[in-house]
Write a protein that binds this ligand. Structure first.
Ligand code: C2E
Ligand code: MG
Ligand code: MG
Ligand code: MG
Length: 289
């Protein structure tokens, strides 16, 4: 196989377009081997309170540390396994690794709740709950409340009944849910009522242009208002500038993640980051909404 140049020009990426049975199969085999060889890693992006600077959690984001291709992002390989049982194996590896990381940070005296992304296919597994409980039981030192699961608003809607059952059952054991990329699915009030996720995660698309696009600003205000009316938490993703953060604070959204705050970090870098980060004065001085 010819080696491609450039950071994300990974041959697996071409397999995403290669719809042939053979091409897809080869890619699956490579991913499975990567998993067995321990080539997948999680990076963690801090979630903070923009006013106090408090670290409120970290989102686990998968990467493939490929021996030849370097660090490969999830867009290059997750679509290939989307509807394959391997997605569930990889998903459970992510949950288990994230819990192990929480335990390790706990050992260093650092309390960092983690958020893990769950694929649509994984959420539909009939024995999702007992399998999740087994992963939690393997880490008795980690309280279930240290785990949050992020599910795309759109994938929760694909199987509304199963999604709401899982969200409720998780709430009973202390594991919370966030609706990821919120605002890009249907965002209907009736759906929100049936999906008792504790948190709405505003898609970065609305944050990107919020300073120049009054409609995006209106959408942000509506989601923040919706969260408050339904007593859900709200977090913004994709904060890349000081101005975006300040405007979010003015609109009443205090928690966020984004490149301005921190890029996703290797686990070992998070404690040092947390010890050194302070929100800019502009954020601390925004009056409470
Ligand atoms: P997501 O869950 O919405 O995660 C946010 C993505 O936006 C991450 O990309 C993150 O690096 C990026 N991001 C964070 N802050 C900023 C910012 O300020 N500006 C910009 N432009 N981007 C920002 P990443 O790591 O490439 O992940 C992409 C998507 O892949 C994730 O979107 C999630 O849907 C999926 N994903 C990642 N890890 C996993 C996983 O372990 N399991 C599953 N099922 N999906 C995953
Ligand atoms: Mg996410
Ligand atoms: Mg998102
Ligand atoms: Mg996304």
């Amino acid at each position: 196989q010819a080696k491609l140049t450039g950071k994300n020009r990974f041959h697996v990426f071409d397999a995403v377009q290669d719809r042939s049975v053979r091409g897809q199969h080869q890619t699956l085999v490579r991913i499975e081997q990567g998993l067995e060889r321990g080539e997948f890693v999680l990076h963690y992006q801090p979630k903070v309170n923009m006013r106090s600077g408090q670290l409120i959690g970290a989102e686990a984001l998968i990467r493939w540390q490929h021996p030849e291709e370097g660090l490969v992002g999830p867009a290059a390989f997750l679509p290939v396994i989307e509807n394959h049982p391997l997605a569930i194996r990889l998903g459970e590896w992510v949950i288990g690794s994230a819990l192990a990381q929480v335990a390790a940070w706990q050992g260093e005296g650092l309390r960092v709740p983690v958020s893990v992304n769950i694929g649509a296919h994984h959420l539909q597994v009939a024995d999702f709950m007992p399998r999740l409980c087994r992963l939690l039981a393997a880490r008795p030192e980690v309280p279930p409340a240290m785990l949050e699961l992020e599910v795309l608003e759109s994938s929760a809607l694909e199987s509304l009944q199963q999604a709401s059952r899982v969200i409720e059952a998780c709430a009973e054991i202390g594991v919370s849910f966030a609706l990821d990329d919120f605002g890009t699915g249907y965002s209907s009030l009736a759906y929100l009522k049936r999906l008792p996720a504790a948190c709405l995660k505003i898609d970065q698309m609305f944050v990107r242009d919020m300073l120049h696009d009054s409609e995006d600003r209106a959408i942000l205000q509506a989601i923040i208002g919706l969260a408050s009316a339904f007593r859900r938490k709200v977090i913004a993703e994709g904060v890349e500038t000081i101005e975006q953060g300040a405007l979010l604070l003015e609109l009443g959204c205090e928690t966020a993640q984004g490149f301005y705050i921190s890029r996703p970090l290797p686990a070992a870098d998070l404690p040092g980051w947390a010890a050194g980060w302070l929100p800019p004065e502009d954020w601390r001085s925004v009056p409470r909404a």
